[in-house]
Write a protein that binds this ligand. Structure first.
Ligand code: NDP
Length: 449
């Protein structure tokens, strides 16, 4: 045990030396190293091949200037990035994030996680991530369009339908994907499946907008099913009110669970009566069309409470689904959730729980699903969108939803395969080892490249 800790520590200090001032990236690498290195040392084919050391080094990092003109005719400058992390099992695939907090560390952590997540889906997709410190909030549609056009004017030379296929993430939804796609098409003079999350009339897939949110609830349901339980009647708290949170809420309502909270960066709403379909529809209107703060909800539904500048983790529930952003749920939040009876946590966001929050969940036998497993539904349906683009064909809603369910169930099975010990399933260990094995096998077969 002491020897193993020493090996892990040595590996992490080697990685950290090369990646100074990248705390989010190191956090993601640490979580993987702690579960995967003990596995590697027991496997002759992987041991001594420095596979993990190769996996933490991006194949390529692109950083570029994005200059654009705002509505007051002033010149603005943002920074754009694309991290092409690993292409062992397929072309780079992963979203674009537009948020003022975006930096190299955050995108590298997301790209690293994406490699494992994409491998878990069983589809042939490598891992990447990109974005910009541009903030779409408060910008007019034409400003967002001009920014997207400028961003794509550089990015287009690095991506392609068989090379690197970006999608949405925080701050990048259907509107942004449309502007990005339009500019790519104009520059390349070709109509191809270079982005996913496209509109239905121009190459999109049914269920793609819903996929991450639906997928996380399907995954949670698999964990509960494994314990002889189900989502029916469960009290659920959800953070965020964007794409993932909205469709996680929709699927919870479908499965007869009661969603009590949603949030944004200004605070959270608590509706004791539960957020039903009609109320969710109103939230979608507030967030997707009017683009206003979530507190507006309490004007229409005055029985609900708004808690400014707070997260929902002290509300009593059975299931918690963090769907906003990284490190939004810390140790104290985890303790409060456990104290209030929460026994199941499924991550909709990427790395929303801090490492000491995860430690609390595992120590207290909370069913805990890491994002790379539970939120893989989005990229899985992106993979299905790519397949439909190649076929020049569109599958029905039921076909795509059926495939999504099957993929989430297969990911659950892989986590159980690699994460089970005597009487418990460690989903973190299961997801990390299952993802590692698939990528590592391909890397070994392809030689030292
Ligand atoms: P959206 O931009 O649609 O929504 C993000 C939500 O999170 C908003 O409610 C936003 O509030 C809130 N939020 C963002 N940053 C912060 C912050 N720093 N503090 C508090 N709240 C914050 O993004 P998505 O729903 O697409 O993504 C949410 C999470 O899910 C991210 O971690 C993303 O990486 C992950 N994810 C998304 C996938 C997808 O398919 N979209 C796939 C897999 C993972 P506000 O509006 O106030 O900023």
């Amino acid at each position: 045990m002491i020897e193993m800790n020493k090996i892990i520590k040595q590996f992490l200090s080697q990685v950290s030396e090369k990646n100074q001032n990248e705390p989010e990236f190191m956090q993601a690498v640490t979580e993987v190293a702690e579960t995967v290195i003990p596995y590697i040392v027991t496997q002759d084919i992987y041991y001594g091949q420095n596979i993990l050391l190769r996996m933490v080094e991006p194949e390529r990092v692109v950083s570029f200037r994005v200059a654009w003109i705002d509505d007051k005719e002033e010149i603005q400058v943002n920074r754009g990035y694309r991290i092409e992390m690993n292409s062992a099992i397929g072309p780079y695939k992963g979203g674009l994030r537009f948020h003022p907090s975006v930096n190299l560390s955050i995108l590298k952590f997301l790209a690293f996680e994406q490699v494992f997540k994409n491998a878990l889906t069983t589809l042939p997709m490598g891992g990447g991530k990109g974005g910009s410190d541009f903030d779409p909030k408060g910008k007019s549609d034409t400003e967002v369009m001009r920014f997207c056009q400028s961003f794509m004017t550089e990015l287009f030379r690095h991506i392609g339908p068989n090379k690197d296929i970006p999608a949405g993430d925080i701050g990048v939804g259907g509107r942004e994907i449309g502007y990005l796609f339009g500019q790519y098409k104009r520059l390349k003079n070709e109509f191809s499946g270079v982005l996913t999350g496209k509109g239905m009339s121009w190459g999109g897939s049914l269920i793609r907008p819903e996929a991450t949110g639906y997928g996380v609830v399907y995954f949670i349901n698999e964990m509960l099913k494994n314990k002889g339980r189900s989502m029916k009647g469960k009290k659920v708290i959800i953070s965020g009110s964007g794409n993932v949170a909205q469709y996680a809420t929709e699927k919870c309502i479908d499965m007869e669970a009661k969603v009590l909270t949603l949030s944004d960066s200004s605070g959270f709403i608590y509706d004791k009566d539960g957020i039903d379909s009609e109320k969710l529809h109103y939230i979608m209107e507030l967030k997707n069309e009017k683009r206003v703060r979530i507190s507006e909800y309490t004007r229409k539904y005055p029985k609900a409470e708004f808690h400014p500048n707070k997260s929902p983790w002290n509300i009593k529930c059975d299931v918690a689904i963090p769907c906003a952003t990284q490190n939004e749920l810390d140790k104290e939040d985890a303790i409060s959730l456990i104290k209030n009876g929460c026994n199941t946590v499924g991550e909709g966001a990427n790395m929303p729980c801090t490492p000491d929050a995860v430690e609390q969940f595992i120590k207290n036998n909370v069913l805990y699903a890491p994002g790379k497993a539970s939120n893989a539904g989005g990229v899985a349906v992106s993979g299905l969108e790519m397949a439909q683009n190649s076929l020049r064909y569109t599958w029905t809603r039921d076909v795509v939803d059926g495939k999504l369910k099957e993929i989430m169930s297969d990911i659950h099975t892989s986590c159980v395969k690699y994460g089970s010990s005597k009487d418990e399933i460690n989903y973190v260990k299961g997801a990390n080892i299952a993802g590692f094995v698939k990528v590592a096998d391909a890397m070994l077969a392809q030689g030292v490249v």
